[in-house]
Design a protein around this ligand. Structure first.
Ligand SMILES: [Zn+2]
Length: 429
């Protein structure tokens, strides 16, 4: 038997931050902040206000006396810089967790010095199997945080939140470290795509911001999907089936033909990866009188996204054209854009993040996200906001886990980033 030794931290700074990051994560995940697509107000659920109030108290205790929560549930605070003429930069994380898996009654567990084997959680027979999780397999010696098997952990994005808080607390306690002015922002309802639209960029007053909402240590994201929803509605002619001869036009059957005509082994989420986009049918509701097919359409490229939408339109038109008494509607809504085009206009923003990763000992990996972040919308709205890793994995599931060592590294990256901006921005390399 070989004795497993604890994985080393990436730096003394990360080692100094680890206990605080873990303690904060354990506290924040116990508050249920699942967002709710069915609610129209902001935030969509009261738990997000409760967590926000706790964060305001903690920010004030750290010394950020302007910490406040606004009517929409956004929490903001300022850590004044100590270097003249340094820019103001933002550090962001989101308050909510996904509505798609239970987030109530989260009981976090810490598995110290992971031995590389299967982690069995106490409830619901939930198992973390390293054979199916290469990222976990690589964390031998790390301290792994999980939930108890019947809820998500909420590391998405409470790991990011704990890292921002620990980084800010550390900088406030160490005024000898040169720092730019930091604006902290915690946003509601990211998981339901609502928060960033209501974010008051002007009041925030930062030249750029960074979300801590990624995953594997060392990863950095300046590229997300560009996203639209496309909903097909088919109107038929409803008639009592006993008197339907020659009259009934069945919208439900027409919808079935549209579904059958869509690509099956390409352009679907299950058949694509990397940079390939898709049309994802996520809800179908149909009666003979009216049928509705709800889809989301995704790609990294704006023109290819438009091609996917055009394909859906052409298929639906061709099917419905076979029945002149049926009528077709297609409703397309842009949801969020790929942040890349906006970040390319301000290359120093991503360069600073990469430099911070290097200072913490990582070779930065730019990974496009097959999804969106608050930064997708914020970047399009004029606040360039790429995304940094948090150390959390298996998001939106009862198997969600996070590495304490990686979370500490993420907090250290945030401290180094603020230092880089205090130096006037990234050095040319
Ligand atoms: Zn997230």
């Amino acid at each position: 038997m070989t004795q497993i030794t604890s994985a080393p931290h990436t730096s003394d700074l990360a080692a100094a931050l680890a206990a605080d990051v873990l303690e904060r994560l354990q506290r924040y995940v116990r508050i249920d902040t699942q967002s709710d697509r069915a609610h129209a107000q902001s935030p969509s659920t009261p738990g997000q206000l409760e967590l926000g109030r706790l964060l305001v108290e903690e920010l004030r205790a750290i010394g950020l006396s302007d910490a406040a929560q606004d009517a929409n549930g956004f929490v903001t605070a300022t850590l004044a810089g100590n270097v003249p003429d340094a820019p103001v930069i933002g550090l962001l994380a989101h308050l909510d967790t996904t509505p798609d898996e239970s987030g109530a009654g989260v009981e976090p567990l810490v598995h110290r010095c992971y031995d590389g084997g299967t982690i069995e959680l106490p409830r619901r027979g939930t198992v973390l199997d390293p054979a199916r999780m290469p990222e976990l397999e690589a964390k031998v010696g790390h301290d792994i945080v999980t939930a108890s098997g019947d809820t998500l952990l909420g590391a998405d994005d409470k790991a990011g939140m704990a890292e921002v808080m620990a980084a800010v607390a550390h900088m406030a306690a160490h005024p000898e470290l040169p720092r730019a002015t930091v604006r902290v922002g915690f946003t509601p309802d990211e998981e339901i795509g609502q928060g960033a639209h209501l974010f008051d960029i002007e009041a925030f007053g930062a030249v750029c911001a960074y979300t801590l909402d990624g995953s594997e240590a060392g990863e950095f994201t300046d590229e997300t999907f560009t996203a639209a929803s496309a909903d097909v509605t088919i109107h038929g002619v409803e008639v009592h089936p006993g008197m339907a001869t020659g009259k009934l036009v069945n919208a439900a059957r027409l919808a079935g033909r549209v579904l059958a005509a869509l690509p099956q082994d390409r352009l679907t989420p299950e058949s694509t990866s990397g940079r390939d986009g898709f049309i994802h049918v996520h809800r179908v509701a149909a009666t003979p009188g009216r049928a509705r097919i709800e889809t989301i359409v995704r790609d990294f490229d704006h023109d290819r996204l438009a091609e996917h939408v055009a394909l859906l339109r052409r298929i639906a038109e061709d099917v419905v054209a076979t029945e002149p008494r049926a009528r077709l509607e297609l409703e397309v809504k842009q949801q969020y854009p790929n942040m890349r085009a906006f970040l390319d206009e301000r290359p120093e923003v991503s360069a600073a993040a990469e430099q911070a990763l290097r200072r913490e000992g990582f070779e930065p990996r730019r990974v496009p996200i097959r999804g969106g972040t608050d930064g997708s919308i914020l970047s399009a709205r004029g606040l360039p906001t790429p995304n940094l890793f948090t150390g959390g994995h298996e998001y939106h599931s009862v198997r969600e886990w996070a590495s304490v060592q990686d979370m500490a590294s993420a907090a250290a990256v945030a401290v180094r980033l603020v230092g880089i901006w205090a130096e006037g921005g990234p050095a040319r390399e």
